[in-house]
Ligand binder design. Structure first.
Ligand SMILES: Nc1ncnc2c1ncn2[C@@H]1O[C@H](COP(=O)(O)OP(=O)(O)OP(=O)(O)O)[C@@H](O)[C@H]1O
Ligand SMILES: [Mg+2]
Length: 362
């Protein structure tokens, strides 16, 4: 199996008067694990269905391996799709489920048996081939679905929230399984999810989507460490938020006036003085300060509560009506009392100032 690249050229989708995918340009590399991440209803499934050929775009062109897919039906494309609510055939054994698409393609029983065994070995289910689907765990069933999709040797595997029905432990386990299967096969994976943890742990790159438009396409590190928009900053991971106006801008840093005072941070987009902007700081970049740490940014707050996560603790502080969080490893034994006055702060280089915009939690 060999992955192919995918290119969306001005692809849009409209249902009646409602544009669910704005004109979109996107390149996905051959053999890449690429995720499309966004909230429910933003158009993720619609994009997958257009790539797979089950839905014809209203405008634009989709190329796979450099070839236009205009007029090419779903079964003629080098793609396989694992649906959002998948089901195995309950009355067929595991191996028959995997081999199902091959029978339709005229493979002999012996060939089908051999191919499905190879694929079941690949997804670490080689010993379960004679079981019925209801004798498998949820995660095992999901792996059978992956093997079944790979049986037709697609160059592109499209996965639509394939783990959403599984419990948390299994979901986390399946992340590394899917990543390994993708690496072993070299097939291009396009993975749709609204779960940022899934997207961050598995992908090479992520497209962050909001309301029918892609807001940012970047490596997982860049999406987390250098979000391009207020939405990306708040949808992927947690952030402390300070809204305000830029009052000073010099090269790549800026100063913003907020309700919590004047704060300094990185200004990657070189926003000018007078711009409505928001400063973001990840909770793990915040510190609790004693007397004079001499940090760039310090804020007087009132301690509210502490949530234990095991290896980590989340501390919550309040100022006016706003809550700020500080994420620490569970080695700091300093205790705060509810209502206690504290100072929290952060270095300018750990904060990012972005244009004002819609946030994920609003
Ligand atoms: N056939 C259709 N006719 C009209 N509207 C549709 C159709 N299919 C999808 N939509 C609308 O398009 C929007 C995007 O749907 P889509 O299924 O792509 O979202 P999604 O990002 O996959 O969401 P989820 O995470 O809930 O699966 C939604 O508002 C949906 O109601
Ligand atoms: Mg969907």
């Amino acid at each position: 199996m060999q992955g192919l690249d995918i290119e969306l050229v001005d692809v849009s989708m409209r249902f009646g008067d409602f544009t669910v995918v704005q004109p979109t340009n996107l390149k996905i590399g051959a053999g890449e694990f690429f995720s499309i991440l966004g909230p429910s209803g933003c158009g993720k499934t619609t994009i997958l269905r257009m790539i797979s050929g089950f839905l014809e775009p209203t405008s634009g062109d989709i190329k796979i391996g450099g070839k236009s897919m205009k007029g090419v039906g779903p079964h003629k494309r080098p793609t396989a799709l694992i649906f959002q609510n998948l089901a195995l055939f309950p009355l067929m054994t595991v191996w028959e489920n995997v081999a199902f698409g091959l029978e339709m393609r005229g493979w002999s029983k012996h060939e089908r048996r051999k191919k499905s065994q190879e694929l079941l070995d690949l997804v670490a289910l080689g010993d379960e081939s004679h079981k019925m689907p209801n004798e498998l765990s949820g995660g095992q069933r999901q792996r059978v679905a992956v093997a079944r999709a790979l049986a037709v040797e697609p160059a592109v595997l499209l996965l639509d929230e394939p783990l959403s029905a599984l419990d948390l432990k299994l979901r986390q386990h399946m992340r590394s399984e899917l990543r390994q299967i993708q690496r072993k096969t070299g097939v291009t994976f396009v993975y749709v999810t609204h779960d940022q943890g899934e997207a961050l742990t598995m992908s090479d790159r992520i497209a962050v989507m909001k309301a029918g438009a892609i807001e940012q396409v970047a490596t997982t590190d860049a999406v987390y460490n250098a979000p391009a928009t207020a939405f990306a900053a708040t949808f992927v991971g947690a952030n402390n938020i300070f809204k305000g106006t830029i009052i000073e801008a010099a090269q790549s840093t800026a100063v913003i006036e907020t309700k919590c005072g004047v704060l300094r941070g990185d200004n990657p987009q070189r926003l000018a003085v007078g711009t409505e902007a928001t400063l973001f700081v990840r909770p793990e970049k915040m510190q609790i300060l004693s007397e004079d740490n001499g940090l760039d940014n310090e804020i007087d707050v009132e301690f509210q509560r502490r949530d234990l996560e095991g290896p980590f603790v989340n501390l919550f502080f309040r100022r006016n009506e706003q809550i700020f969080s500080v994420h620490l490893t569970n080695v700091d034994r300093t205790a705060q009392d509810p209502g206690q006055q504290c100072v929290i702060g952060f270095a300018a280089q750990d904060a990012m100032i972005l244009p004002a915009g819609d946030m994920a939690d609003e």
